[in-house]
Design a protein around this ligand. Structure first.
Ligand code: THU
Length: 142
């Protein structure tokens, strides 16, 4: 069984491939995200902007929504994000996306790895480091 680190190159490729399908005509900032699951599945998404700018969806939010609509509830092992400057720059999930990723992670009790960038500039961290003391499904049942 491949470790999640072994899947990094596959995930970056999936994130880059999704990124190519971003709809980002207003910012020009195309982002792709790939989610890796315990069953070996990978679900990717890219940002979708709107002429009413505030309605824009981030790549990570699209990927989470796609995974939820596939019926996935938890099992999230890792997240790879690809953005402009990948290779010498990184894009980390925004606050709203950290919360959305956290819901998927909490449903399965995982603390996913989060990667962005490649080579020396790459960032590898855990979702719990990006969103400590997270609010989640259990918080609604005190
Ligand atoms: N964006 C993402 O898709 N993911 C991130 O992690 C950061 C920002 C998008 C939102 C918007 O379409 C564009 O990047 C510029 O903010």
């Amino acid at each position: 069984m491949a470790t999640v680190e072994d899947r990094l190159s596959e995930m970056i490729a999936a994130a880059e491939s999704a990124r190519a399908r971003a709809y980002a005509p207003y910012s020009g900032f195309a982002v792709g995200a790939a989610l890796a699951f315990e069953d070996g599945g990978v679900v990717a998404g890219a940002n979708v902007e709107n002429a009413s700018y505030g309605l824009s969806l981030c790549a990570e939010a699209v990927a989470v929504a796609r995974a939820m609509n596939e019926g996935r509830r938890g099992g999230l092992l890792a997240v790879a994000v690809a953005g402009p400057g990948a290779g010498d720059g990184t894009v980390m999930p925004c606050g709203r996306c950290r919360q959305m990723l956290s819901e998927m992670a909490q449903l399965g009790g995982t603390d996913p790895l989060v990667w962005s960038g490649e080579g020396q500039a790459a960032v590898e961290t855990r979702l719990s480091a990006l969103l400590p003391l997270a609010f989640g499904p259990d918080s609604l049942n005190p």
